[in-house]
Each structure stands twice: as structure tokens, then as C-alpha cells.
Ligand binder design. Structure first.
Ligand code: AMP
Length: 222
């Protein structure tokens, strides 16, 4: 099974994907996390990708697509995958369809998360993530703070703020790129009949946890 998480930064894609992954055994593949791991380890891929990520730009397809293909072909994703952060443009979506078709697979479900823009910006600025790459639990200082300040409840590692979350210029640029390049994918997948749109907002008292549990129920009933 192949699931895609769509939605602007800060809508909770990673959180929803993480919960679905825990309950279904589908592997969560976050392109942003793979890039961040490579940046931390100073690999060639990381050094190259960081030139774009630090500015809030998309990493070019020549770098991103082969990296995704390598993961899709690896043993760990043989039972299925939740793509979190890929595709991010029509070109990437078309490439993904082709790559999957060549492997006798297809996208089964696209989960599109929507959240009011003011809530998104507030959430990104108050987001903190576990620095342990094996844990990566996400917290929110207002809505879901850790029990002990600055420390992950799950693994005890230090919590950090992503570099690209700490300045509003980069946040606004990423949201602009989302509107221009990624949002058209909603229509692309709607036409294919595989789109499921879910509003995630404090205003309607519906957060990622609940959305994830509804999706898991539907997957397990199928
Ligand atoms: P994310 O953690 O998904 O917000 O991704 C962090 C950053 O990694 C993005 O702002 C992009 O610079 C880069 N990135 C992640 N996924 C992709 C992708 N599919 N295509 C291009 N760049 C990406």
C-alpha cells in the first residue's frame, strides 16, 4: 500500500503519518527527515541539499527523486509506505506514478490535511522535535509540551527547533512554495479519485491524533 501525506507545513503530516505507521506497519518515509539526517552527518547529499533547505527552497528533483527511489526499492518498505513530504510538485507526482507503475504499484490513498494559515504559522514557530533521529517525536510548546522542558518524553533526548522553523522569512517562503507548487496536487489526486481531505484545527477540535485514528480504522476495515 502506498499512502501520500499532502498538506502545508505545520498541518501535522508527520504526526499523522507517524501514528498510522505505528499501527499498520507501513513505513513512514519523510524526505525532510532524510535530508536533515544527511545534513547532520555532513554527507555529500546533505551538504548539497542544505544549500536549498536553509533558504526554504525545494531541493532539485535530480537530488530528491533518486533518493526516494533508493528508499522505495529497499527492503524496509516492502510492506508499504507512507510518503511524507513527497511529491511536492506535479513533476514529482508524475515521476512517482511512473516509478510505481514500473514496479507494479500505484498510489492507493492521498491524505490532504488543511489548517487555517494563522494557526499553521503559530504551530511552526512553537514546534519542537526530538533530536534523536530514531525517535523524532514532535511536540508543540502550547498544545503538546513535553513533561520536562526541552527533553523528549519518549527517549529523554534533547528537543530542538528545526533551523528552517525558527525564522518567519523561511516559513513564509515555504508556504508560498506550497501554494504555488504543491497545492495543485490536490486537484491531480482528486481527479484520480484517491483524495481524502481532512481539516486539522483547534477551532473544530479535530487534531492529527483523531484524523490518524479514523484513517487507521478505515485501512483496517478494508
Ligand atoms: P519538510 O520536513 O517536509 O518540511 O522538508 C524540509 C525541507 O526539505 C523542505 O523545505 C525542502 O527544502 C526539502 N524537501 C523535502 N521534501 C522535498 C521534496 N519532495 N522535494 C524537494 N525538496 C524537499
Amino acid at each position: 500500500m502506498v499512502i501520500i501525506m499532502l498538506g502545508a507545513q505545520g498541518t501535522g503530516k508527520g504526526t499523522v503519518a507517524g501514528i498510522i505507521s505505528e499501527h499498520t506497519g507501513l513505513v513512514q518515509l519523510s524526505t525532510g527527515d532524510i535530508f536533515r539526517k544527511n545534513i547532520k552527518e555532513q554527507t555529500q547529499l546533505g551538504i548539497e541539499a542544505n544549500k536549498y533547505i536553509a533558504k526554504g527552497d525545494l531541493v532539485p528533483d535530480e537530488i530528491t527523486v533518486p533518493m526516494v527511489v533508493e528508499y522505495l526499492d529497499s527492503e524496509i518498505v516492502k510492506n508499504g509506505v507512507i510518503l511524507d513530504g513527497f511529491p511536492r510538485s506535479l513533476a514529482q507526482a508524475e515521476k512517482l506514478d511512473k516509478i510505481l507503475a514500473e514496479r507494479g504499484k500505484k498510489v492507493d490513498l492521498v491524505v490532504n490535511l488543511t489548517t487555517p494559515r494563522d494557526e499553521i504559522i503559530d504551530r511552526i514557530l512553537t514546534r519542537r522535535v526530538c533530536s534523536n533521529p530514531k525517535c523524532k517525536t514532535t511536540y508543540n510548546l502550547k498544545m503538546h509540551p513535553p513533561i520536562k522542558e526541552g527533553i523528549c518524553d519518549k527517549c529523554g533526548s534533547e528537543l530542538i527547533q528545526r533551523e528552517d522553523d525558527s525564522n518567519e522569512e523561511s516559513i513564509n517562503k515555504r508556504l508560498e512554495i506550497y501554494d504555488n507548487q504543491t497545492a495543485p496536487l490536490v486537484e491531480y489526486y482528486r481527479k484520480k479519485g484517491i483524495l481524502r481531505t481532512e481539516e486539522v484545527s483547534i477551532r473544530i477540535n479535530r487534531m492529527g491524533k483523531q484524523v490518524a485514528s479514523d484513517i487507521i480504522k478505515d485501512i483496517q476495515e478494508k
